[in-house]
Structure formats: structure tokens, C-alpha cells
Ligand binder design. Structure first.
Ligand code: FA5
Length: 344
């Protein structure tokens, strides 16, 4: 026990000499003399000793405590004096400006996501959210993408390791479109919603394809909604986000859950439409898929498909962000390189 006290004294004194500012002195006090400090635990352990030994050891431990208390007071005085001396001799320039704290910022994709959502909210859409881990039913079946449908190939899927009756039927959602069904199941027309969220695909990545991407689903269902409403809404979005000058291409496309279907592309910001590595020589970058909600889906939701029609779209936020800022490669977004991220 005496040896233990000696060791404590040696180590505590050595550390005290090394403590050169108020914070380290306080840390030293907590370590050695605090309620859970090393010396305090020795004092607590004395209760287990026989009475005679306890008396002797108690006296030794108490006198060590007093010695360390005085050593601390002395060191505090020294540190204070040293600090004043530094100021007096001018080694410390108190007029220097403070160090600016590095404050984080929103990721460029988050900024773009918020701007796009704000554009749709101002057009009367409300924001709702849905799950990132989806059932095969909502991600595919309810959207008329059956097990053998070739459209499954275009969304190479990440299945989650859960089986029902031997079938893998839980997926990382490949798009936000399952929320069309989720929203229609729960609500009745008129519907105007936007659903933002992360989506996942087993992609061979390239300048415009990532395995994780952010989409916004757009859905409007009401009496008398037509393709021109879809086109008008999407052109308004493009004007607000990209400005009046950019070229927009709106043309037919196929998705099993819409009829008719369409895609929208914006002229490539890198090559100005001439064709380059980013746009894969096309001169255009596709930003969204869209169309009129398939009448069969409306009926499945219990809507009268003769009375109600709707439009839907799925927007790719990373690509919209690339087009806004002239970013050549989508993979830069998630490479965690601060030199890139700090620019936004
Ligand atoms: C879909 O995901 C459909 N759900 C869109 C839709 C919604 C159609 C509603 C009709 C009605 P697509 O796979 O084309 O479609 O993706 C939509 C957009 O997401 C693309 O235009 C693109 O901007 C973006 N996107 C798709 N895959 C990737 C990827 N791997 N990396 C980055 N962006 C992607």
C-alpha cells in the first residue's frame, strides 16, 4: 500500500509539472484528487483493512492528499504568473483577430433537393415521405412491374436479406414511385404531393449513374388532369431551377405504371449540346421520367378511372444538381472530398 502511495505521488507530481494551463490543471485535479480520482479510490479502499493498518495508511494517504493539494495551489500560481509574463513581454498579441470556426454547410444535393421541393410547394404540392426499405409489392408489383417484366432489368435491385416463403421480397427501393401507391391507398383526390428520398440500384457507375441517388416523386390526381398539366408543371419547374435560357427536351418514354409516358432532358452544361463524356455524346442529360398515372392503378386504388386522372414524375436530384453547377461526374457527390464539397 505504501508503494502504491509512492507511485501515485511520483506520477502525479510529474504530470503536474507538465500541466501548463488552467484546463490541464483542472484535468489533473480531477484525475488525482477528484471524487473518482486515483487517491480518493485509495482512501475508499482503506475500509477493508484491519484497524491498526487502516490508521497508519489513512494518515499516510491524508498527508499525501494535503501535499498534492498544496502542490496544485503552487503550480496554479506559477501558471498564472507565466501567463501574465507572456502578456507583459508582448509575446502574446491580444489584438490578433480570433480564429474563425469552420462551420459546416449543406451538401449540394441537399441544397438542390430543398430548392426543387420549394418550387413544387409554391405550386401547391405538399411534402410527404415513404420508406427506403420497400416491399417487392410496392416497389414493383403494384406498379405493374411483374416478376418477369423486363423493366426490372433497368432497375437492378439490391435485395434485403429477408425471405418470405423462400422468396427475397424486401428491397432497397429503386425509385420513389412506390409512394404513388402508398399515397393513393391512404388518400382520396384531389392529391398534390411530392415525395423526396434516397433510392438504390446495383449500378455499374459512370458520370451520370450512381448506386445511390436522390429522387423526388411528383403526383397529382384529380378530375380533369391532362398531359398538358404535367407538361406545364414540369416546364415551370425547369424554368425556376435552370432559368429561362436552358433548352428542355420532352419526349416519349415507357414506364409500365404510366400511359402515356415521357422523359425530360436538359441540354448538357459541359459541352453545350455538342456531346461529351458527361452526357455520353448525347448533348442532353435526362433528369426525370413521367407520365399519366395508368388507369389500371387508379382502379386498383378504388378510384373511378373514368372520373379521375393523374400525372406522376420521378426527378433525379443529383443530375439536376450537376446541371445547375456544371459538375462533370455524379460520383464526386459521395466521394467525401472536402475540396469539392466546400465549393457549394
Ligand atoms: C424512374 O425511376 C421512374 N420511377 C420515374 C417515373 C416516375 C416515371 C413517375 C413515370 C412516372 P428512371 O429510372 O428513369 O425512372 O429514373 C428517374 C430519374 O432518376 C432519371 O431521369 C435520372 O435523373 C435519375 N436516375 C435514375 N437512375 C439513376 C442513377 N443510377 N444515378 C443517378 N440518377 C439516376
Amino acid at each position: 500500500m505504501i508503494d502504491e502511495l509512492k507511485r501515485i505521488e511520483e506520477q502525479a507530481r510529474a504530470e503536474l509539472v507538465a500541466a501548463a494551463d488552467e484546463a490541464s490543471l483542472e484535468a489533473w485535479r480531477v484525475t488525482w484528487l477528484g471524487r473518482k480520482g486515483r487517491l480518493t479510490s485509495v482512501l475508499r479502499g482503506l475500509t477493508d483493512l484491519p484497524i491498526e493498518k487502516r490508521r497508519r495508511m489513512g494518515a499516510a494517504a491524508n498527508s499525501l492528499k494535503q501535499a498534492l493539494d498544496s502542490a496544485l495551489a503552487l503550480r496554479q500560481e506559477q501558471v498564472q504568473k507565466e501567463r501574465l509574463a507572456i502578456i507583459e513581454t508582448g509575446r502574446l498579441d491580444v489584438t490578433l483577430p480570433g480564429r474563425t470556426k469552420r462551420i459546416g454547410r449543406l451538401h449540394p444535393v441537399t441544397q438542390t433537393l430543398r430548392d426543387v421541393l420549394a418550387a413544387f410547394v409554391s405550386m401547391g404540392f405538399s411534402i410527404v415521405e415513404g420508406p427506403e426499405v420497400e416491399s417487392d409489392y410496392y416497389n414493383f408489383e403494384a406498379l405493374r412491374i411483374g416478376k418477369d417484366h423486363p423493366a426490372r432489368d433497368t432497375m437492378d435491385t439490391l435485395y434485403v436479406d429477408i425471405t418470405h416463403d423462400g422468396e427475397y421480397d424486401v428491397v432497397m427501393r429503386t425509385h420513389t414511385s412506390p409512394n404513388q401507391v402508398r399515397v393513393m391507398e391512404k388518400t382520396r383526390p384531389p392529391i398534390r404531393v411530392v415525395v423526396p428520398g434516397r433510392c438504390y440500384r446495383n449500378e455499374a457507375t459512370d458520370p451520370t449513374h450512381e448506386w445511390m441517388q436522390t429522387q423526388i416523386e411528383l403526383l397529382a390526381v384529380d378530375e380533369g388532369i391532362s398531359l398538358s398539366d404535367l407538361k406545364g408543371t414540369l416546364y415551370e419547374f425547369a424554368k425556376r431551377i435552370f432559368g429561362q435560357e436552358r433548352k428542355v427536351r420532352f419526349r416519349c418514354d415507357y414506364f409500365p405504371f404510366v400511359e402515356p409516358g415521357a422523359e425530360m432532358a436538359i441540354d448538357c452544361m459541359i459541352c453545350g449540346g455538342a456531346g461529351c463524356r458527361t452526357c455520353d455524346g448525347e448533348g442532353w442529360i435526362e433528369v426525370l421520367g413521367s407520365g399519366m398515372v395508368h388507369p389500371e392503378i387508379l382502379s386498383n386504388m378504388g378510384y373511378d378511372a373514368d372520373r379521375y386522372t393523374g400525372f406522376a414524375a420521378g426527378l433525379g436530384i443529383e443530375r439536376i444538381c450537376m446541371l445547375r453547377y456544371g459538375i462533370e461526374d455524379i460520383r464526386l457527390f459521395y466521394a467525401n472530398d472536402l475540396r469539392f464539397l466546400k465549393q457549394f
